[in-house]
Ligand binder design. Structure first.
Ligand code: F3S
Length: 69
């Protein structure tokens, strides 16, 4: 059974670099200040797992968590 992934952005750490949105636009949304939050409930749809990990590893503020459920 494949584990489900969920992404979460820590709003205290996010500084609006927006790399997450560039790399995984399906998984993140930006607010009016350019800070990111997870799209919807953060659940990563099948097939987008690599993008979730890519976004996490490319956030300069280490603001993104990928949770394996
Ligand atoms: Fe914020 Fe990191 Fe994305 S700083 S906008 S979560 S790349």
């Amino acid at each position: 059974m494949t584990e489900r992934l969920r992404v979460h952005v820590d709003p205290d750490k996010c500084q609006g670099h927006a790399r997450c949105k560039a790399l995984a636009p399906e998984l993140f949304e930006l607010d009016e200040y350019g800070n990111a939050h997870e799209a919807g409930d953060g659940v990563v749809p099948p097939g987008l797992e690599d993008k979730a990990w890519l976004a996490k590893s490319n956030c300069p503020e280490i603001a993104i968590d990928v949770i394996e459920e």
